[in-house]
Design a protein around this ligand. Structure first.
Ligand code: FES
Ligand SMILES: [Fe+2]
Length: 394
């Protein structure tokens, strides 16, 4: 159980808050490239800040303030130019640094500027950095950086705090009930046969490593040498889960929009079937968790997890919780978040911030359970997943 103040410290993400300061040390997804192909100017909300994302006619990306410095119309109505974004109302034009570079009806252009943040792209996703300088490198995590997969992106807005998604990822035992008992109950209500079989958890454990936490579980029928127990699968601090199934491996990225809203990106990768470079045509699908009548039909694992997240309300009231032995991953993650906030207060980089190009090139490799690897690359094709020097090893 947390006090109200402790819960606020963990869930408030706006400018000047402790969690907001920590999250601002990381790059966050603000769009998929395909969305900018559809419309090169988009309103964006991230960490409680309203902004305008655009791609100018030369292909440069900009993320600037929500409103025009002239008479405060939304810049999301702007027109991309050779050099920036022109306001729809009277044509003031902004470059990617937020500087006004043209005032068509004035004798001279005044030296005005709006907020602007760095934006970069990797693997078909557009990331923004809202923190202090010096700007760290955009981490080239493996699935983003490698071009030998077919990929798809699924985007789902959720009316809840991002931390509820992460709490769920640090809680392996919910699998038995939410995905098996509840999931099969949903199937029964739909008149369909049960989809999932129970795998009783015998023990769970967590290993902190340079980029986050490995979660490990030993389930009934599996040996101590099973990959789920020996290696586990990683959570990339602060907001990404790696997960795989028989069809694909994916990052689940939980982008904090504000204290009570999250945009969930499923970044799916599977063995290549065509020859087009993956990011030339990564299809994007925007989905809703909710049926038209507002209900949730949780007939898949991801929808069941999302039900768990939004079912705790917009901001989970953790003063009501009773954390027990099986919640040790949740307790660990909150401790890590608080510790990393303190590092930021001391002026240090929190975990996973990348500044050394040698670490980032050609991409950041992270060891993962071999079960997923085998499903993904059948026939014994091997990749080295181990990051040299990490605390965790098989
Ligand atoms: S309100 Fe934007 S140019 Fe006037
Ligand atoms: Fe789950």
């Amino acid at each position: 159980m947390l006090t109200r103040e402790e819960n606020e410290r963990l869930t408030q993400v706006g400018p000047g808050t402790a969690m907001g300061n920590l999250l601002r040390r990381y790059w966050h997804v603000v769009a998929a490239r395909a969305e900018l192909d559809e419309d090169p100017v988009r309103p964006v909300r991230l960490l409680g800040e309203d902004l305008t994302l655009f791609r100018d006619q030369r292909g440069r990306l900009g993320l600037i303030g929500e409103r025009c410095a002239h008479r405060a119309i939304s810049l999301a109505y702007g027109i991309p130019q050779e050099k920036g974004l022109r306001c729809a109302y009277h044509g003031w034009t902004y470059d990617t640094e937020g500087r006004v570079v043209d005032m068509p009806f004035e004798p001279a252009c005044l030296p005005l500027r709006v907020t602007a943040y760095p934006v970069q792209e990797v693997g078909g996703l557009v990331f923004a950095y809202l923190g202090p300088e010096p700007t760290p490198l955009l981490p080239r995590h493996e699935l983003f950086a490698r071009d030998e997969f077919d990929k798809s992106v699924e985007i789902t807005p959720l009316p809840c705090s991002w931390l509820q998604c992460m709490d769920n990822s640090l809680d392996p035992v919910h699998y038995e009930h939410l995905h098996v008992a509840y999931g099969n109950y949903v199937m029964k209500k739909l008149g369909k046969p049960p989809k999932m079989a129970a795998a009783r958890h015998l023990k769970i454990d967590f290993d902190v490593f340079a980029y986050g936490v490995y979660k490990r579980r030993l389930v009934e029928g599996a040996g101590e040498d099973s990959d789920d127990w020996r290696i586990g699968h990683p959570i990339l601090f602060p907001n990404t889960l790696l997960v795989g199934d028989a069809k694909a491996v994916r990052y689940q990225i939980r982008v904090p929009i504000d204290d009570s809203h999250t945009v969930h990106y499923n970044y799916n990768c599977w063995p290549r079937k065509n020859k087009t470079p993956a990011w030339e045509g990564i299809p994007v699908e925007r989905t809703s968790l909710f049926e038209p009548n507002g209900s949730i039909v949780a007939d898949s694992i991801v929808k069941q997890d999302m039900l768990g997240w939004v079912g705790q309300g917009p901001i989970s009231d953790r003063t009501l919780e009773h954390l027990v032995t099986s919640d040790k991953g949740v307790i660990l993650y909150h401790r890590m978040l608080l510790d990393e906030m303190e590092k930021v207060d001391r002026g240090e980089d929190p975990m996973g911030v990348v500044r050394d190009p040698a670490v980032n090139e050609p991409y950041i490799r992270i060891r993962w359970e071999d079960r997923a690897k085998e499903m993904f690359w059948p026939g014994g094709r091997t990749f080295e997943w181990t990051v040299p020097g990490l605390a965790h090893s098989a």
